[in-house]
Design a binder for this molecule. Structure first.
Ligand code: NDP
Ligand code: A1CAB
Length: 270
């Protein structure tokens, strides 16, 4: 299977790195990016073909991943209109709807929306997928094969819910990294050197996530098992509750979902 990427930034890098780790061949992957330094970086790091402009070789692929920023998509797609007939086109852009992507591609409808996340780089991503109803089973399977190489996949029945996937798991790693930053800063403020504070914070999140993934119990039960009556965790959780941490996180995820919808609505007007 030949896979091409339109845009070679953060997310394309994570996907390509993960795909190569999972047995995809570098000679089957191509990238186009406007930045010469991005092309040089991708070519030297991964051994893939990376070019500065769309050409016929790039478009001769089974799956074409659209990995430019939402604001760059319409202009980027103008260079494809009328030039593709075969590939399943997989857009990973936040917010942008199939109907608008299709219009910008001159009516091409073999389109799948995917929302991966950056842990794809180490094969630990999770991706929500939505296919235009006109995409056949082979097209869906080809799109899923690319994303399944870098983590788990979930098909979403309604396109409108892709903004919720974006808010929960697409942006989600940033929330977790932010929590790690805070835990690390707390450790440093309690007197640990930077390396020790970071090790304690990262290994705690890693271990807790693994335990949650492996356990038959939900995270609420696991939290209660840490929380001894009258103990230290209880003091910390009471402080978090007083600061409204839980509700603040829910509000933050809702803000991300709203922003995804806004992007789709604003950019889809053109
Ligand atoms: N980062 C993340 O965690 C996730 C991102 N996404 C989605 O992935 C997409 C890419 O995000 P991200 O990788 O972070 O963005 P980046 O800005 O890192 O990457 C986009 C790259 O595409 C280049 N580019 C812009 N226009 C064109 C064009 N016409 N032809 C070729 N290359 C072009 C950009 O160049 P230049 O720098 O010059 O603009 C840039 O190098 C977005 O739509 C985002 O919504 C989805 C899931 C997670
Ligand atoms: O912040 C963004 O808009 C993109 C989409 C999900 C993660 N990053």
């Amino acid at each position: 299977m030949r896979i091409s990427f339109l845009g070679g930034g953060n997310m394309a890098t994570a996907l390509i790195g993960g795909m190569l780790e999972r047995g995809f061949g570098a000679s089957d992957i191509q990238v186009v990016d406007l930045q010469a330094d991005s092309c040089a970086r991708l070519a030297s790091r991964f051994g893939v073909r990376a070019v500065g402009a769309v050409d016929d070789a790039l478009l001769d692929c089974d799956v074409l991943v659209l990995a430019v920023k939402p604001q760059q998509m319409q202009v980027a797609l103008a260079s494809l209109a009328g030039r593709i007939a075969r590939p399943v086109v997989v857009s990973i852009a936040a917010g942008l709807r199939v109907a608008d992507l299709s219009r910008w591609m001159g009516g091409y409808r073999r389109l799948v929306r995917a929302m991966p996340n950056t842990p794809a780089l180490i094969g630990a991503g999770v991706t929500g997928l939505y296919a235009d109803p006109s995409v056949d089973a082979a097209g869906r399977a080809a799109a899923e094969r690319v994303l399944a190489a870098v983590g788990s996949t979930v098909w979403i029945g309604e396109e409108a819910q892709m903004d919720a996937v974006t808010a929960v798991s697409g942006s989600g790693p940033a929330y977790v990294f932010h929590f790690i930053e805070a835990l690390e800063a707390a450790g440093a403020s309690l007197g640990f050197d930077a390396a020790t504070a970071r090790r304690l914070a990262i290994d705690t999140v890693l271990g807790a996530a693994k335990l949650a993934a492996d356990s038959d119990e939900g995270p609420g039960v696991l939290r209660e098992r840490v929380t001894s009556k009258g103990g230290t965790t209880e003091a910390a959780l009471a402080s978090m509750a007083a600061s409204g941490v839980f509700d603040a996180i829910v509000r933050a995820v809702h803000a991300a979902e709203v922003r995804g919808r806004e992007l789709g609505e604003q950019l889809g007007k053109d």
